[in-house]
Ligand binder design. Structure first.
Ligand code: ADP
Length: 212
């Protein structure tokens, strides 16, 4: 099994595709956003402020959370939301080489800003099973408004899924994360998937890459 990185602007479907890869191929899913939200739910106000501003959490905090998560996994890993800047990518390369491992594929989920924005502002998700819905996209909502189709939990909206915070998150993405496209392209690891297409299409393309 491989080490896969999903690189994408906000709302390109990293979470959805990670779940599909993991359930189909038995990979472990590590979402640094979810790790941070877990810290926030335990009462970490400092992290809440950073996430609400749309900026990135400090690299050393992220690397520590990532190391702990990696300790608990065997086999292939899908990284969702990490690395988010060049410094994190360099740290990850060092970490993997100390473990005699390497990055196998970096899959860039390409999505125009306007589509990303629409997806974000309508996004609601299930805190229990992680299922994602969208109230602004036709056919994207749950059958009963506000209730998860899969497990009947109450759906929630993420604190950072507002119009205003989206603009900041997107600006952070352009400045910090987008340069990673070149970083991994130069290494010959980058593969691009058009993420304006439906989730099933995106997953098929990802499968082609994984099985290559
Ligand atoms: P999205 O990709 O939809 O913006 P994520 O769940 O990946 O959402 O991340 C939510 C927030 O968590 C980010 O805006 C950022 O503040 C923080 N975060 C997640 N991953 C990282 C990371 N690798 N480095 C720094 N901050 C991160």
């Amino acid at each position: 099994m491989k080490n896969i990185i999903l690189l994408a602007p906000p709302a390109a479907g990293k979470g959805t595709q990670s779940k599909l890869i993991c359930s189909e191929y038995g990979y472990s899913h590590i979402s640094t956003g979810a790790l941070i939200r877990n810290e926030i739910s335990k009462g970490n106000k400092e992290l809440l402020e950073i996430v609400e501003s749309g900026s990135l959490v400090r690299d050393d905090i992220i690397i520590e959370l990532l190391k702990q998560a990696l300790n608990n996994v065997k086999g292939g890993v899908v990284l969702d939301g990490f690395p988010r800047n060049i410094a994190q990518a360099i740290e990850y390369d060092k970490l993997l080489s100390s473990l005699n491992k390497k990055v196998d594929h970096v899959i860039y989920l390409d999505l125009p800003k306007e589509i990303a924005k629409k997806r974000i502002t309508g996004r609601v998700s299930c805190p229990n099973c992680g299922q994602v819905y969208n109230t602004l996209i036709e056919g994207g909502n749950s059958k009963v408004e506000g209730i998860c189709d899969v497990c009947q939990s109450q759906l929630i909206k993420r604190v950072d899924d507002s119009d205003e915070i989206f603009e900041n998150r997107y600006a952070t993405y352009l400045k910090e994360t987008k340069p990673l496209i070149e970083y991994y392209d130069v290494k010959g690891l980058l593969r691009v998937v058009d993420s304006s297409k439906p989730a099933e299409y995106i997953f098929k393309k990802i499968e082609e890459i994984i099985n290559d």
